[in-house]
Each structure stands twice: as structure tokens, then as C-alpha cells.
Ligand binder design. Structure first.
Ligand SMILES: [Zn+2]
Length: 967
């Protein structure tokens, strides 16, 4: 006995300071009996779990995760026959659970432990057993426990809804789980880390009027012995999976069922669950699932593992879009249901894209899992790639939107890295808060941007072969992304195509283990034949001049094309040269004999533009010399379609960003966008407008410059009927083949839309006389259309919109209405809008408040009001949002255009005060807010004058027709 005590103390002293699990035992199987009571005033959940364990050392200490869990009783016994089901307890555990949850009667029978030590800050429980567990034997630990039913969509949560189908106001109930990343510990005591994969046998107790669902199909349902109208439903044993994918649901929803055939004539049952009145809106989701699943199975070379998948939406505002629980995917309601006639094409896209993402996870994440949270960028990045591939495959008419969405996502990650000291893609994760922080745009968007670059430089075939090997070799395991890189490295070197000394792991590590990204500088040498390539780290914007940052180097693949043979195909995106940490600068002959052989030698090259890493083939920006920029500008004016749309947007985004970093001149940038005054190049124009707006906001102190900006931006606006590139992006607006915004006789244009027409349609909507076509047109761009009405309209329009927003409208529609209302130019109305956040009777959801405040911060008139509101209600808002960090995000949005030293002083004071009050505040964000204001001030001081003279000079240039589009 004494010896054991010493072992215990020794082991406790050796547990790591971090919050990861010490590994003295390894779980191999869970058998969970789960009894949640969700309706009425005293929600509670009781459970009993058998955990089969294998000690990795002889010990009497078992450390488990548990948060807000009370352990009632502990049993332990040795398991002699692997696979033999436990007999001594399994009969009465269900009865005991009934007693515990319904009557509170519970008889302690086991008490196999001497002490349970709670470590709340680590969310762990140390159970010191009376019996010693011997290394390499198997034990079954039994735990009766009570846990909490939450209301905030973490752990096991409940929500109710009005069941309209039966009659008004009958309440329906829903209970379900959201475990990722670390909330399984709120639902059962367990080993809550993704590296532990085990099988699960689940039974759920529920009211007989409800259905119980879990990851696997139900095998058996039987009445409870002592509780009338309640049942136990059991589910078949799952394959090995991590705790974060465990799913336990009870609901009184209805369902639509489909059968899907996978290879070998096996079938997968698909059930789509919803409230009775929601079922008709499932069609879009049901339509795409089989195609997408088929595509994934074919690509990864594995059939979908489970015999069924359930798709279910929570009747509450989740703070995530969807969760990929294996075999039981949970959605926010406007991501599973698409309401024809109420939702627009943008909503349809998001429904399809979300479904694609979660189906990709069934393989990346579920079949093969990360071994620790620090590495999820690989799995989320893969799903980011496949959500686009699957969307294009299942809905070819959404291809354009899908590509644009991908480009925007990658660009948004780059912008974050330009503004704040962001974390690297693979980073240290020790604490529970670190885990939550992993789910950020760097993980998702930079993650998929880097994988796209990887796929591009190894080639699609090699990439796919590596995926197939990876899935085959590591299915049902938890592994690090390094394993994938190793497979890929073997694959690319098999045929000796890849250069010697090039190693995929080494290349990718240079991108994933350091923050920021490189700029590639491309300069033509004076002989006109050679170019010089070099790399320099971005962001320079943050003025980081430390050696550590300046010395950062990457392995950069560089693809090239030029005016004489523009090639933006797959082949053309393959790297021709590499800049490496050992060779960060390179001079190469660019116009080699082969090209001169076709062209004439007489100086033609000098007038030929060169373009590197087009089509977003690298996670870089490219800085050319001024002459090359001007050659590109000339090409865009002559015929912009020679360079594809994605690359055009990339060029313009790069140019503005590099000018901001003071690496190029605004004169050159404005020349580059000159062609946008001649053709309606919608997506690219929106990229330019984003930057111009930013510049304009920062110069608003300077009235005459702001006026010049307004003038200039007016030139970039085109009426709907101007859309010329019919084969590129017309399906965005013209899906119906009619255009009610055609502006013949229009008196007022705004944002390229006829305001008169919108007003007439809005009026008709108010009177109830709107035609079906008109209604469709208003719905399709609801936010933009209503925004115009709110901006130019009067009291009646405002009141009508207000009433609509408090009526029981579809959630996605309400957030569009609230966003539109934030366009108002009336101080009183804006104040009224802000009052909704804490309104006693409206009880606005925190999600709606967040969207609304963020949109209001975009309206210059509302911005000071919003800033003041956030400052004075800081703590109260924090409680309203529940999610940490939301306050800071709003503060960032509301202060991003501040640009005077008084504003900086005020904000510095507020931030200093906050940091004193809240020790947990994320200081990288507050530092970023102040840095941004300083950068704004600096920018205005340095560039206003130059921008003024450039804009002034361009004022006289008129709009002319683009030659190519007439051809
Ligand atoms: Zn995901």
C-alpha cells in the first residue's frame, strides 16, 4: 500500500504543467448510457459510462477530462476476454440511471476509488483507485455521473421551438451535442483529445414521443422499466473515432429518407431531419449530397464508412455553421434549409458549400483525424479545397461563385497577416483557450491557400495519389499532417520529376511554421533578356524591423507567363523556378532563344509583360518593376480578357497592398485600374473599390480629397445593363433571364442600380401588390436593395422594415434586413436601431446584434455612435455575446478607419483601461487596433498629397468603350 501511495504522488508530480492528458492509461472503448431530460424547468442529464482502459504503466491513478461533471460512483474490474460484453453491471445500470435522474434515489454500491481530485483549471479529474491497475492488462472503469444541460450550443445543449404543424404555440424540444474542440468533457468523463480514438457503444434514454440519434444506426429500442412513456434506444458499435465527433441527439423532428448506393452494392441510409414545416426546404440539400459523396469516395479511394448519415438543424442560433459529427451532421438552420423565393442565390451557394465542407470532413478529420489541435489547418484546409471542388461538381452553375469565394478567402487570410501579428498555421496549443483559438481564418483560409499551392507545385495527379495512400494507410487513426507530406515526398520523387534536394516537408514547413508570407520581387535587367527574382517578407506594413523577421525566408515556387504566350492553364501554373532559403535571389535569362526563335529579336521582349504566380498559384504577392506594371495596364486597356479574371483581381489586390506597404507608387496603381472605367469587370472592380473605399475613409478629414475620391469612384460604377462579359459572371445576377433593374428613364442611380425602380418595388411590397417577378428581384439582392431604400427613404419605409424585422421571419432574411437598416442616413433611426441590442421585448439574438453592429460600423454616419456604444457597454455586450473575442472584433471594425491623433489618444486610453480591467484580454488584437490607427495617420500624412495630384490629373479622363468587347 505504501508503495502505491508513493507511485501516486510521483505520478501527480509529473503531470505536465500544460493541460494535455498525462498518458498512464489508454482508452480503447466506451460504453455509454446517457439519459438527458431537456423539457421543462429542471433540465439535467445523468450518465453511466464504462471505459475500457489499458494502463501503459502500473498505476492506481486515472486522469480523465471532466468539466461541470459530478462523479457519483466509481467501479473498476479487470476484463479478461477482449470483446466479451460486460455482464455483471449492464443489466442494472439502466435501472440505476432511471432512479438517479427521475427520483434522485441512488445507492452507492462500488466506491472503488479512494479520492477524486478535481483540477478545474485543467478540466481534469484525478481518480485514485483502491486497486492497482497492472500494465498491459485491460480494465473496465465504470462511472455514474451527473452533468449539465447547456443553453449555449456547447457540450449537450437544448433548445425549443414552436411546433406550428400541430397548432399554434405547442412547444417542440431539441437536445444535441457540440463537442468540438473540447466540450465532450462536459457531457461525459472521458479522454478528450483527438489523439485518442476508440469505439463507442451508445444507449440514449428518451421520451417515447421523441427520437434518439447518434453516430451509428439504432439497433434496439425498449421501454424503461420504472418510467412510463420513456424508452432506451441503443446504437451499434462505432468504428474508432475521437471524442469530439461523438454525437447524441434527441428530437421530435420529422424526417425525409433517401437511400444511397456505394460501391459493392452496399447502401447508406440518409435521413434529413427538420420541424414539419421545414421539410419542404430540404430539397437543395438532398439534391447535392449523393453527387458530392460519390465524388469524395472516388477521389480518396474509400467508400463512406458508416451505414447511415443523418443531417439535422438546431432550432437555435449556433455560433458555427455546421459540425461534421461522423454520421450525424449538425447545421445551423439556414445552412441546411434553402427557402425558395425567400433566400437568394448567395444563400443557395452557402447551403451547398457548407454541405460540401462537412461531407469532405467525413474523410478528412473523421476517417483520418489530427493527432493534436495544433495541426488542424491540414484537415480544415483540405475541406476548404474540397468544399469548392464538390460545389463545382454538384452545382456547375455555381462555379464562378465558388472560385470567387476561394480567392476571397485566401485574400482575407493575407490581409489579416498584413494587419496583425498572426499566429503561424501550425502552432503550439497547450491551454483550452488555445484550442478554441485554432478555429480562426489563418487555420481555415491560409490552410487551404497553402494546400492549393502545394497541389499546384506537385501536380494534381501526385497530390491525389498521396491522398489515396494517406487514407488507406492511416484510416481509423490520428496522425500528424507531416505523414501526408512524407507520402507526397515519396510520390514526387518516385519518377524523379521533382528536383534533387527538394523535400515536400521542408518546403511546407517554411510556410506552416512561421507567420506572414513572402513578396516576390521581379525586376527586368537592363539587357532586357534577364530577370532578377528575390524574396522579401511581408508584412512590412507593421514596420517590423527586427532581424528575426527580416531574415525570414521561404521555399517559393514560381510559375511564369508573358504576353507573347499567355498561359494560365494547369500546365502554365507549374513552377519554372524556385526561390529558396539558400538561394533567395536569382537572375535568370527570361527571353531564351526558344521564344526569340518565334518572335523577332528586335526589342519585342522589352514591350512584353511578364506575370508570375498567376491564378493564385502561390501564397505570395508579386512586386514588378514600374515598366512591367505599365505593360500590364496597357494590356488590360487593350483587351483585359487575355488575363483571366482571378489573376486580374490578384494583380489589382497586390498593387494596392504593395502601394500601402510603400513598395510601389499610387500613380502606377491607378493606371492599372484605369481599364475599369471602360468595362464592367464586376469582380475585379469590387476588389478595386474595396481599396479605394479604404483610402477614401482615411482621407475623410481632407474634404477636397474625399470629393475627388467620390468623383473617381463614380467612374467605376456601371449600370446593370452594362454587363458585357456574359460568359464569365452573368449567372450572379441574371439567373432568371430578366432584369427588373433595367434603368430606362431612371432618375437616380446608386451603386449601379436604379433607385426609382427599387423604390417602386418596395412600395409594391408594402402594399402587397408586388408581382412574383418583382418579388424575386427584390429577394435576390435583398440586402443591397433594402439598403438603398433605407438610405434614401423616409419614415414609412423605415417603419415597415422595422416591423418586418421583428416579425417571425426566416433567420437569414432577418439578418439581411438588419444589415440593410444600418444604411440609414438618419441619426435618430440609427440610434433606434442600436437600441435593439438590449431591447427588453425584442430580445435580439447575439448573432443578429453582432451582424447589425458590424454593418453599422461601415456607415460613416453611424460609426461614432457605434464606437461610443461599444465603449460604454463593454461588459454588458460581453455577456450578451457569450463568445469571447466578439467584443474585440466589433471594436476592431468600428475603429479601423480612425485616422487622427485625437482618435488615437482616445483609443489608447480606452484600451489601456480595458487591459487593466481584463487580464485575459487578447493583447495582440488591441495592439493591432492601435497599430492600424497609427498606420492610417501615417498613410494620410505620407500619401494624401500624391493621391490628390494623381486623382486630380485623372479627373478629366472620360469613360470610353473597351475595344476588345466590341470585337
Ligand atoms: Zn471544418
Amino acid at each position: 500500500m505504501r508503495f502505491l501511495d508513493i507511485v501516486t504522488l510521483f505520478l501527480l508530480a509529473n503531470l505536465s504543467d500544460g493541460q494535455r492528458m498525462g498518458s498512464f492509461v489508454r482508452p480503447v472503448h466506451y460504453d455509454l448510457a446517457f439519459l438527458p431530460i431537456i423539457s421543462g424547468g429542471a433540465p439535467r442529464l445523468c450518465g453511466h459510462v464504462f471505459i475500457d482502459l489499458e494502463p501503459t504503466t502500473t498505476t492506481n491513478l486515472v486522469t480523465l477530462h471532466g468539466a461541470d461533471i459530478t462523479i457519483i460512483d466509481v467501479s473498476v474490474e479487470q476484463v479478461f476476454l477482449v470483446g466479451k460484453s460486460n455482464s455483471s453491471h449492464s443489466k442494472d445500470r439502466f435501472l440505476q440511471l432511471e432512479d438517479l435522474c427521475f427520483s434522485g434515489l441512488f445507492e452507492l454500491v462500488n466506491e472503488a476509488h479512494t479520492v477524486i481530485q478535481e483540477e478545474p483549471e485543467k478540466q481534469q479529474l484525478n481518480i485514485i483507485l483502491k486497486e492497482t491497475l497492472i500494465k498491459e492488462k485491460r480494465y473496465r472503469l465504470g462511472l455514474f455521473y451527473v452533468a449539465k444541460v447547456n443553453d449555449d450550443s456547447r457540450g449537450f445543449f437544448r433548445a425549443n421551438y414552436r411546433n406550428d404543424h400541430t397548432s399554434c404555440c405547442i412547444q417542440g424540444w431539441f437536445g444535441g451535442t457540440q463537442m468540438e474542440p473540447s466540450s465532450a468533457r462536459k457531457v461525459l468523463p472521458c479522454f478528450d483529445e483527438p489523439g485518442f480514438k476508440t469505439t463507442y457503444a451508445i444507449s440514449i434514454g428518451h421520451d417515447k414521443a421523441m427520437t434518439a440519434l447518434s453516430n451509428m444506426p439504432e439497433t434496439d429500442t425498449r421501454p424503461m422499466e420504472n418510467t412510463r412513456d420513456w424508452r432506451w434506444t441503443s446504437f451499434s458499435r462505432s468504428p474508432p473515432m475521437p471524442t469530439y465527433l461523438l454525437a447524441l441527439f434527441v428530437t421530435d423532428y420529422d424526417k425525409v429518407e433517401r437511400i444511397y448506393k456505394v460501391c459493392n452494392n452496399r447502401t447508406v441510409k440518409m435521413r434529413f431531419w427538420g420541424q414539419p414545416n421545414q421539410l419542404p426546404h430540404l430539397r437543395q440539400s438532398i439534391d447535392v449530397v449523393p453527387d458530392m459523396l460519390h465524388y469524395m469516395e472516388k477521389y480518396v479511394g474509400q467508400p463512406f464508412t458508416l451505414p447511415k448519415i443523418d443531417f439535422i438543424a438546431a432550432p437555435t442560433q449556433l455560433d458555427f455553421e455546421a459540425m461534421e459529427n461522423w454520421g450525424l451532421i449538425l447545421f445551423r438552420e439556414n445552412r441546411l434549409f434553402f427557402k425558395e423565393g425567400i433566400d437568394g442565390e448567395g444563400d443557395r451557394f452557402q447551403v451547398v458549400q457548407t454541405m460540401a465542407h462537412e461531407l469532405a470532413h467525413q474523410f478528412f478529420g473523421n476517417l483520418v483525424t489530427c493527432d493534436w489541435w495544433s495541426d488542424i489547418a491540414f484537415y480544415e484546409g483540405m475541406c476548404g479545397i474540397f468544399e469548392i471542388e464538390l460545389t463545382k461538381h454538384a452545382m456547375p452553375n455555381l462555379t464562378f461563385r465558388a472560385e470567387m469565394s476561394q480567392v476571397s478567402a485566401i485574400r482575407s487570410a493575407m490581409k489579416i497577416e498584413e494587419h496583425i501579428q498572426a499566429a503561424s498555421v501550425i502552432r503550439e496549443v497547450e491551454k483550452i483557450e488555445d484550442t478554441e483559438m485554432m478555429f480562426d481564418p489563418i487555420t481555415y483560409n491560409k490552410g487551404s491557400g497553402l494546400l492549393l499551392m502545394l497541389r499546384n507545385f506537385v501536380g494534381h495527379d501526385h497530390f491525389r495519389n498521396a491522398v489515396v495512400t494517406f487514407m488507406e494507410r492511416y484510416q481509423f487513426q490520428s496522425v500528424n499532417s507531416q505523414k501526408f507530406m512524407e507520402i507526397l515526398d515519396e510520390e514526387v520523387h518516385r519518377n524523379r520529376e521533382f528536383g534533387r534536394g527538394m523535400n515536400v516537408t521542408k518546403i511546407m514547413n517554411s510556410w506552416t511554421t512561421q507567420d506572414a508570407y513572402p513578396i516576390v520581387r521581379c525586376t527586368r535587367m537592363s539587357d532586357g533578356r534577364r530577370i532578377r527574382l528575390s524574396q522579401l517578407p511581408h508584412p512590412v506594413l507593421r514596420n517590423i524591423t527586427t532581424d528575426e523577421h527580416a531574415n525570414r525566408l521561404w521555399w517559393i515556387p514560381i510559375s511564369m507567363t508573358d504576353a507573347s504566350r499567355p498561359d494560365f492553364s494547369q500546365q502554365g501554373k507549374y513552377p519554372r523556378v524556385w526561390l529558396t532559403p539558400e538561394r533567395p535571389t536569382l537572375e535568370i535569362p527570361y527571353f531564351p532563344p526558344a521564344s526569340r526563335h518565334h518572335g523577332q529579336e528586335t526589342g519585342e521582349e522589352e514591350n512584353t509583360w511578364i506575370l508570375l504566380n498567376g491564378e493564385f498559384s502561390g501564397y505570395t504577392r508579386v512586386l514588378y518593376d514600374d515598366r512591367n506594371w505599365r505593360l500590364i495596364s496597357r494590356q488590360l486597356v487593350l483587351n483585359h480578357t487575355v488575363i483571366p479574371q482571378v489573376t486580374r483581381a490578384q494583380l489589382i489586390d497586390d498593387a494596392f497592398t504593395l502601394a500601402l506597404a510603400e513598395l510601389m507608387d499610387y500613380q502606377v496603381v491607378l493606371e492599372l485600374i484605369e481599364y475599369l472605367t471602360m468595362v464592367n469587370d464586376e469582380f475585379v472592380r469590387s476588389t478595386a473599390q474595396f481599396h479605394l473605399r479604404w483610402m477614401k475613409e482615411r482621407t475623410r478629414q481632407n474634404g477636397s480629397l474625399a470629393e475627388l475620391f467620390d468623383d473617381y469612384m463614380e467612374k467605376l460604377k456601371f449600370e446593370r445593363s452594362d454587363i458585357e462579359e456574359s460568359n464569365e459572371n452573368n449567372n450572379l445576377i441574371r439567373s432568371g433571364g430578366f432584369d427588373p433593374f433595367d434603368g430606362a428613364g431612371c432618375l437616380q442611380w446608386s451603386e449601379g442600380v436604379c433607385v426609382d425602380k427599387i423604390f417602386r418595388l418596395f412600395q409594391a411590397q408594402m402594399d402587397g401588390t408586388i408581382s412574383p417577378e418583382g418579388k424575386r428581384a427584390m429577394t435576390e439582392n435583398l440586402e443591397r436593395n433594402w439598403c438603398l431604400v433605407m438610405r434614401y427613404g423616409g419614415k414609412d419605409e423605415w417603419k415597415w422594415a422595422w416591423r418586418m424585422s421583428v416579425n417571425d421571419v426566416w433567420s437569414s432574411q432577418r439578418s439581411k434586413i438588419l444589415s440593410a437598416m444600418s444604411c440609414s442616413q438618419d441619426q435618430g433611426r440609427l440610434k433606434q436601431l442600436l437600441s435593439r441590442v438590449f431591447h427588453p421585448t425584442i430580445q435580439q439574438t447575439s448573432r443578429d446584434s453582432f451582424v447589425m453592429i458590424e454593418k453599422m460600423a461601415d456607415n460613416p454616419l453611424a460609426r461614432p455612435m457605434v464606437l461610443n456604444f461599444i465603449k460604454t457597454n463593454w461588459e454588458r455586450l460581453g455577456r450578451h455575446f457569450k463568445r469571447s473575442g466578439d467584443n474585440l472584433k466589433l471594436l476592431t471594425s468600428a475603429s479601423k478607419y480612425l485616422s487622427t491623433s485625437e482618435e488615437l489618444n482616445e483609443m489608447s486610453q480606452f484600451v489601456a483601461d480595458l487591459e487593466k480591467r481584463d487580464k485575459k484580454l487578447d493583447r495582440s488584437v488591441t495592439a493591432g487596433i492601435l497599430d492600424d490607427i497609427r498606420a492610417n495617420i501615417r498613410w494620410a500624412e505620407k500619401h494624401s498629397e500624391q493621391v490628390y495630384s494623381v486623382l486630380e490629373a485623372r479627373r478629366v479622363t472620360g469613360r470610353t468603350k473597351n475595344r476588345s468587347t466590341e470585337a
